[in-house]
Design a binder for this molecule. Sequence first.
Ligand code: GDP
Length: 174
Amino acid sequence: IPEVCFAGRSNVGKSSLINALLNKKKIARTSNVPGKTQQMNYYKVGDDFYLVDLPGYGYAKVPKKERERWGQNIRSYLMDRQNLKLVLHVVDARHDPSRLDEDFFYWMAMNEKPFSVLMSKADKISRNKVNQSKAKVRRVLKEMNIEVPIIPYSADNRDGIEEIRSLIKEFINH
Ligand code: GDP
């Protein structure tokens, strides 16, 4: 069964997005406590595919040893998983991509892994600001010669959710 996974730092909105895509209120656990998702969680969508929530990176309270071990696990998952069709990297629409985000984009591109950048919490800023943020992300990617879909969305008002759904469909079907 094909898989689509979600990457991004803790608290960026991955669980809320998974819930929005699943059309359910309380499957993926959301919280205000950064770093709560420390395991990979699988959510089956019909008989078609799995959504996989990866542990958020950059959570300082987790011991360094632990963080490194998780980093290794995630890297080998992203690198070797045969049925992984698409990686959705979530960033907060209100902030410029961090160094960690940029490193991730670069690493994915170098390894020729299909990914897309999703910009969460778009409802928290004006449409104008959303467009500016999107242009900024596109510029950052362009500098690394990367061209991938960039989709702003809101798990709250569901803007962009259908577009993300279509993107997923497109990738799991080949
Ligand atoms: P995760 O750690 O990446 O799984 O992040 P969560 O899904 O738990 O979300 C972290 C916080 O951001 C929660 O308080 C969510 O309610 C909030 N949040 C997530 N997505 C959105 C969104 O699209 N709009 C708004 N306004 N808040 C959001």
